[in-house]
Design a protein around this ligand. Structure first.
Ligand SMILES: O=C(O)c1ccccc1N[C@@H]1O[C@H](COP(=O)(O)O)[C@@H](O)[C@H]1O
Length: 249
């Protein structure tokens, strides 16, 4: 039996609210209320994972550190594994993130701008560190996806050689658009690394999850779902049942 595709509902926090953006652009927020309520709603619907993002910290417009820590702690205590992202760029922010009880952190900008620090913390924390490869075409983007940060495949080769345990791959052009994931990008990334890949961006219907589940054998481990859940394109229960059925088929 093929392992089940992990599903990670996203809770992105800006100004204390759960929001969704389009293409990750500041100013395109749709608000979905209290982030703890959102996280607990996904937990009640059966989520085993949560992708929790401090968007203000990612954009450099402040942070939601206390709120994020509360959501991560309460959700983790409720038995959900948390992947924590946004603004984790130095020892202080890393220590605060890891102290929330999250299962792992996801680094974006730091992997582009502070490679020596990232190599060090990968060596120290192993699979509690994932790197988010947020790309436009094959160019990585950092600082709230506003700045170019080098070539996807060169960075991937470096991180692989440093022992990075896992990648969260986001096609920015797809993120928040409900246009379907970039399967070609995911296939290309899986072809050059043996590390698990979490797919992010574009999931819009259950067929997208079937397509991603079919990529588990080549290295796609999970899928982050944002807008589709908030917009009611399908329920998390239906999504979980879909990936369960695909694994059993
Ligand atoms: O998730 C988003 O929609 C998003 C939009 C714009 C910027 C970042 C976004 N998400 C997450 O932020 C981290 C990067 O944060 P940092 O660069 O390490 O501070 C990225 O991995 C996404 O998970």
């Amino acid at each position: 039996m093929t392992p089940e595709l992990e599903l990670l509902p996203a809770v992105d926090v800006r100004d204390g609210q759960a929001v969704r953006l389009v293409h990750g652009e500041s100013g395109t927020e749709t608000s979905y209320g209290d982030p703890l309520e959102a996280a607990l709603a996904w937990q009640r619907a059966g989520a085993r994972w949560l992708h929790l993002v401090d968007l203000d910290a990612a954009f450099g417009t402040g942070d939601n550190r206390e709120r994020i820590a509360e959501v991560a702690r309460v959700t983790a205590e409720a038995g959900v594994q948390v992947e924590l992202s946004g603004g984790i760029r130095d020892d202080d922010s890393l220590a605060a993130a890891l102290a929330t009880g999250c299962t792992r952190v996801n680094l974006g900008t730091a992997a582009l701008e502070a490679p020596e620090w990232v190599a060090k913390i990968i060596a120290e924390h192993g699979d509690r560190i994932a790197v988010g490869l947020d790309v436009r075409g094959t160019t990585l983007r950092g600082r709230g996806w506003t700045r170019d940060g080098g070539d996807l495949y060169e960075t991937l080769a470096r991180l692989d050689s440093e022992g990075c345990a896992r990648y969260v791959v986001t096609d920015i052009a797809k993120d928040g658009t409900l246009q379907g994931p970039n399967l070609e990008l995911l296939r290309n990334v899986c072809a050059v690394t043996d590390r698990p890949v979490v797919a992010s961006g574009g999931v819009s219907r259950l067929d997208d999850l079937r397509a991603l589940a079919a990529m588990v054998p080549i290295g796609v481990e999970g899928a982050i779902i944002g807008k589709a859940l908030y917009a009611g394109a399908f329920t998390l229960e239906a999504a979980l049942e879909t990936v369960r059925a695909e694994a059993a088929a």
